[in-house]
Each structure stands twice: as C-alpha cells, then as structure tokens.
Design a protein around this ligand. Structure first.
Ligand SMILES: Nc1nc2c(ncn2[C@@H]2O[C@H](COP(=O)(O)OP(=O)(O)OP(=O)(O)O)[C@@H](O)[C@H]2O)c(=O)[nH]1
Ligand SMILES: [Mg+2]
Length: 470
C-alpha cells in the first residue's frame, strides 16, 4: 500500500481478478467518480440523477471515436455510504480482459488516476469508515483459503478485535491520566493503597492482553494452515495417505521402498480448517546420496511441523525402523496412523501404544487405524486432526476473539512488556515520569492495532474524562 495518493484524486481500478469471467468490474471512487463515468457511459439515464444504490443499463463508449466498447450495468453509491466513503461508480462489463481494461483505460483518459494496490480500502480507512484491523481483515477475506479463515476475517472486519480492545484502551488512558496528574500535582502523592490498586489494574490488563496474544497460535492455524508432516519408514503408505486426503494422485506411489525423494506440500480443508500437509521421504538407513538428502529433508519437515502423522504399516511386523520413527518424533504432537487396515494386522494398537509410551511421556495417545487404499478410517483421522487443533487452543478463554495477524500480536506483546515496566517502576517508587512514560509506550503500542490512537487523541481523552482541578 505504498505510494498512496492522499489527494482528492478520483481513482479507478479493475476489482475482479485477471482472466476471463462472467463479468469484470471497473470501480471508480472519488469526488469526480460520477462525472468521469458519465464521459464514457451512454444511456438514457444521466448518472448524476440516479439515486444512490441504483443500477443503470447502457454502453461504454470511447468518447474520441464514438465506438461502443461494451454493454454494461453501471451502479452508483454515493459517499459517505459507500465502500470508500466517497462517491463510487462500479461498471459491470462482460468478462474478458479486453473490454474491462479498455473501460479502465477510458476512465483514466476521462480524468481518473490508476488506483494503487489496496487504495480503495486505504481510502475507507483514511476516511474513517473502517479501522486498521478492519482494513487488514478485508485483505484476509480476499486471501482466505477456507470457510473457517473467512469467518475469522469477517468477524475482524466487523470490528470484533477493536471492540475487545477499546475498553482496555479506555482503562489504560484513565490509569495514565491518574499517574500523569501526580507529575503536575506532586503534593497529592498516591497513597500506598491507591498505588496497589493501580498495580492491580495494570496487572489485570496484562493478563487479558496475554490471553489475546496467546490466541495467535490458534489464529495462525486459520490464516496459514496447520503444518502437518506425514512421517514413517519407507513403503508404509505415506504418499498414498497424502493422495487419499487430497482425493487426487499428487504423489507418486509404488510398491518399492524409497519412492518419495523430496518433500511435497499440499493444502487440504478439514471442517473449514486449512491444513498444510507435507509428504516426506521414508526414513531408514540411507542407501544413496539422493535418498540421504531426502531423509534429511524429512527430518527437517518433522522438526518444522506443528503436528506429525506417524504412519506405520500394520500388516508387517513392527521393526527397528518403526521404532526410529517414534524416536524421531519424540516430544512432538503426533497422531499415530496404523495403515493397511484392509490387510491382516501383524500387531495390535495396544502394542504400538506401549512402544510410543517408552519414548514419549504424553498421557493421551492419539491412534487411528486407516487404509489409504480403501479410505477406511480417514474420516476419523481428519476428526482427530481437527480436535487436536481445537483442543490445543485457548479460544474459549477470550470469548472467541482470535488474533490472526502477526502485527496485532506484536503490538499486544509490546503493550504487555511496557505495562510490566510500568508496574515495576510503580512498585519501586520511581519518579512518576518514568511510570507515565511506560504507560504512554503501552498506549502507543496498543493504539497501533486499530491505528486510531495518536498523541493528540490521548491528550484530548485525558482532558475530557479526567477533571484535573479536582
Ligand atoms: N493394502 C494396502 N496397500 C497400501 C495401503 N497404502 C499404501 N499401500 C501400498 O503400499 C505401497 C507403498 O505406498 P506409498 O504410498 O508409495 O508408500 P510411502 O510410505 O510413500 O513410501 P516411500 O515414499 O517409499 O517412503 C504401494 O504399493 C501402495 O499401493 C493400504 O492402505 N493398504
Ligand atoms: Mg512416498
């Protein structure tokens, strides 16, 4: 969103993705949106006399040549009740790059300037219609890979995070004002009991911000997907499992051990939860260079994953190589998948649970019998995966508000750090200037989440809700 033009220019851009589609939309926003559009639009209706939120049928005409470019539907949304809070005209062209880009070109010739990436949303922010978290949510909705991530982004767009943070901002402003008053009126020193009250208020803010910040690990799953590695010795059916989960033949499967040589990553959607799944090369004593390289990549993928699906071939005896897989995944969150359940099993699930417990001290063992060949047990595996993510989250702890954006998490953590400093200086009897500075830092960090807090704001609010003469 760099190089944003902050002037009153009217901007135009193509709002639909490149390529051929049913329709393509050219969006124009700004004070001259209507007059720019009128120069290239031919219809019995004049745009200036169209009521807001109505549509007119007509043609896009090249004003130089009089040539008809496309048959279109044109809608008008007048500011401030529009996406950008400015006058907006949207032209629905027939799909196909040619007519849409020709229409855009004509709008530019008629006086609009080309919109920078994100500029429509940036204008909505600058015009005060949405805050920064909402602007960021728009981007997340566009990029949302699954219905689950889309839902979180939509909640953020409707200001969920901001609503959650505003009372905290208010509380912080009031604490800040109390401390700052001491700088100006040192004669009424804060009594020890008031001091411990202030400390208590600061600490409870830290607790609630930390809970919010912790939700990021869960929020990140939705944004980026849970990273899951499929690990196991050669030939147990790892690639077959990937293919079965994807419902397509993505990875090469053969009866020969050592088929997969490099990691393969794909995304799947489990109940709206995006999961990035990595198929790895089977782990065993290496035979040759390419396989050794593949194995070291497998180990790296296991290390990097949040969750490992450890696959065993239940139709053949449990081997030292299987044992090595349990060792390699020790300490990670794992789901044990005993594959080839369509054949006669060589050992029981209890046997493998025992083996697992010898190297891992997790109380609960997640184990599923599957057949990548017939698909049996795959639904149970998916459910286990899903509840693993849900179970590991603290999502209920903060009324479902989830931080999905690293910028927000960083700001929350910086706020907490500054507040801890404020608490320390307050209990250490340091000069109030120092505590006040820490509180200011905390407010600045928190305000950066919504982009609404400026130093001027703090001053205004301090003076409006704190009566200094008292
Ligand atoms: N009967 C049966 N055979 C399976 C099943 N899953 C995989 N196989 C067979 O097992 C063999 C190995 O499958 P792969 O998916 O290539 O195994 P892999 O673990 O990826 O092997 P590497 O890439 O060599 O490590 C193939 O012949 C598969 O058809 C299953 O559930 N049942
Ligand atoms: Mg494979």
């Amino acid at each position: 969103m760099s190089n944003i033009n902050l002037s009153d220019d009217t901007i135009a851009g193509i709002s639909t993705p490149p390529g051929v589609g049913g329709i393509g939309i050219v969006r124009i926003s700004g004070g001259d949106a209507v007059s720019v559009a009128q120069k290239i639009f031919s219809s019995p209706k004049k745009i200036a006399s169209m009521p807001s939120f109505t549509i007119a049928y007509g043609f896009i005409i090249d004003p130089e040549t009089g040539e008809k470019v496309d048959e279109v539907l044109l809608s008008v949304m007048r500011g401030p009740k529009s996406y950008t809070a400015e006058d907006v005209v949207e032209i629905n062209c027939h799909g196909g790059l040619l007519t849409v880009s020709k229409t855009l070109e004509l709008a530019i010739n008629a006086g609009a300037i080309l919109a920078a990436p994100g500029e429509f949303t940036m204008r909505a922010f600058l015009n005060g219609r949405i805050d920064l978290t909402q602007a960021e949510a728009v981007l997340d909705i566009i990029n949302a890979a699954t219905s689950g991530s889309g839902r979180l982004a939509i909640e953020q767009l409707t200001g969920r995070l901001t609503q959650h943070i505003s009372p905290v901002v208010n509380e912080l402003v009031s604490i800040c004002a109390e401390v700052e008053a001491q700088i100006d009126f040192p004669e009424d020193d804060i009594s020890p009991s008031d001091r411990s009250l202030l400390l208590g208020r600061i600490n409870s803010i830290v607790t609630s911000l930390n809970a919010l910040s912790d939700s990021y690990s869960f929020g990140r799953f939705y944004r980026e997907g849970l990273s899951t590695a499929i690990a196991g010795k050669p030939n147990v059916g790892k690639s077959s499992l990937l293919n079965a989960l994807l419902k397509k033949d993505r990875a090469i499967v053969t009866h020969l051990p050592g088929t997969t040589r490099d990691t393969i990553e794909e995304a799947i959607n489990i109940n709206g939860l995006p999961v990035r799944i990595v198929d790895t090369a089977g782990i065993r004593e290496g035979r040759e260079l390419a396989e050794l390289e593949g194995i070291s990549r497998s180990l790296a993928a296991i290390e990097a994953a949040s969750l490992v699906i450890a696959v065993f071939d239940g139709s053949t005896a449990f081997s030292p190589e299987d044992e090595a897989i349990l060792m390699a995944t020790a300490g990670k969150d794992i789901i044990i998948a005993v594959n080839k359940a369509d054949k006669t099993m060589a050992y029981s699930n209890d046997f493998i649970i025992d083996k697992y417990r010898q190297v891992n001290n997790h109380d609960t063992v997640k184990i599923v019998s599957i057949s990548a060949l017939t698909g049996s047990g795959l639904d149970t595996l998916k459910e286990t995966l899903y509840s693993h993510v849900m179970g590991s989250s603290t999502v209920e702890a903060h009324e479902g508000v989830v931080v999905t954006n690293l910028r927000h998490k960083t700001a929350l953590d910086r706020t907490s750090a500054a507040l801890r400093n404020a608490g320390k200086s307050l209990s250490a009897d340091s000069p109030y200037e120092i505590t006040a500075l820490d509180l200011r830092n905390a407010l600045n960090a928190l305000g950066q989440i919504t982009g609404t807090i400026t130093t001027g704001d703090i001053l205004d609010r301090i003076f409006s809700d704190f009566c200094i003469g008292k």
